[in-house]
Ligand binder design. Structure first.
Ligand code: ZN
Length: 157
């Protein structure tokens, strides 16, 4: 296959974070302030979509963290988010008979349940979302410095 010998291939654990920002791929820097919280990142994603000039396409928001997540849910009544957080805490208590030595298994489990990405439709230069929907970054082991990678694809090209 003409590739490098295996012995010369070095896979850094941080290699995942080495990627190029471009018109089609951007990062959103996030600073969470609570242990558990949802932050509405819809305006920041829409800004990236607008700046790209894409009118019709696909947008993927990806969370490269194992104790955080991305979800889409209601932004109108803040109690919805509170209820989601409370319910997750009830189902997945912080203290339990977990084996993971870092002590944050609950956050890892919540991350997997909620999911690390959302795919969205771009229509007329912005995200196509329901009236009550927003895109939320979900922190489960904060406060921390986080990021979301936003990848865009132009359907008209
Ligand atoms: Zn951990």
């Amino acid at each position: 296959m003409g590739t490098r010998p295996a012995s010369r291939v070095q896979v850094s654990p941080r290699a995942f974070f080495i990627h190029r920002a471009s018109k089609m791929q951007k990062e959103i820097a996030i600073k969470t302030t609570k242990h558990d919280e949802f932050l509405d990142i819809t305006p920041r994603i829409n800004r990236i979509v607008k700046d790209s000039g894409i009118k019709e396409g696909i947008c993927i928001a990806f969370c490269p963290h194992t104790t955080a997540a991305i979800t889409i849910n209601e932004n109108a009544d803040p109690d919805v988010i509170k209820d989601i957080l409370t319910s997750l805490d009830k189902k997945i208590p912080w203290e339990d008979e977990y084996r993971h030595s870092e002590g944050n298994s609950a956050a890892h489990i919540k991350s997997s349940l909620v999911g690390c990405s959302e795919s969205m439709i771009i229509e007329e230069g912005k995200l196509l979302l329901g009236t009550w929907q927003s895109v939320f970054f979900c922190e489960f082991d904060g406060p921390r410095t986080r990021k979301v990678i936003v990848k865009l694809s132009d359907s008209e090209k």
